[in-house]
Design a binder for this molecule. Structure first.
Ligand SMILES: C[S@@+](CC[C@H](N)C(=O)[O-])C[C@H]1O[C@@H](n2cnc3c(N)ncnc32)[C@H](O)[C@@H]1O
Length: 180
């Protein structure tokens, strides 16, 4: 009985530790886990305009909702980069239960270490300061000509958007589209 209780408490402690590490990691460097609303996904992908065969990224993919939407609705390679173990694990397990999952890839990685030179379209929902002071330089250095970046919620200061989709109703956020 003592052994069983010890086992249960150990599992609980490990779980709480992982949750703690996850939220600590997710608040580091790019943005904390605040997902976009699922109701915004059609609007976001209307702005992205994915074409067959394109390579699409969500940098900081959280629970993977944007990547799953891309992979399930468009014939593209949809890649989610997520640094936090629990969100990565959640997305990886969810992928096992998704039928249209051939083009979907999740990587547990710091997005600043991913080579983005093959990307056609990149979606980001990050903090304004990090977008401006860190991600912008990476995008300018690595993206191929014609690649587009879709910044949800906040603009990437220092870049000029090709188009801005302003919110029309409650719950919607601005979507800035940049072409390189
Ligand atoms: C604002 S949430 C966006 C989640 C998702 N993209 C969406 O729109 O619903 C930001 C995500 O980025 C992740 N993140 C923060 N810094 C990161 C980094 N350096 N590399 C990879 N992921 C990161 C967080 O764990 C969090 O899940």
């Amino acid at each position: 009985m003592v052994t069983f209780s010890f086992f249960v408490y150990s599992v609980l402690a490990i779980f709480l530790l992982l949750v703690g590490i996850t939220f600590h990691n997710s608040s580091k460097s790019f943005a904390p886990f605040v997902p976009c609303s699922r109701r915004e996904l059609p609007r976001i992908f209307e702005a992205i305009q994915l074409k067959e065969g394109e390579v699409f990224y969500d940098l900081g993919s959280g629970d993977g909702r944007v990547v799953f939407y891309a992979g399930e609705h468009f014939p593209v390679k949809a890649i989610g980069i997520e640094m936090s173990f629990l969100f990565f694990l959640y997305s990886w397990i969810k992928k096992l239960f998704v039928s249209e999952s051939q083009g979907i890839i999740f990587k547990m990685k710091n997005l600043f270490f991913e080579d983005l030179s093959q990307a056609d379209a990149i979606y980001v929902y990050g903090m304004p300061k990090v977008l401006e002071k860190r991600l912008r330089f990476k995008l300018e250095k690595e993206l191929k000509k014609g690649a587009r970046v879709i910044a949800y919620g906040f603009p990437i200061k220092g870049l000029t958007p090709e188009k801005v989709h302003q919110p029309n109703r409650k719950g919607e956020k601005p979507i800035h589209i940049y072409r390189f």
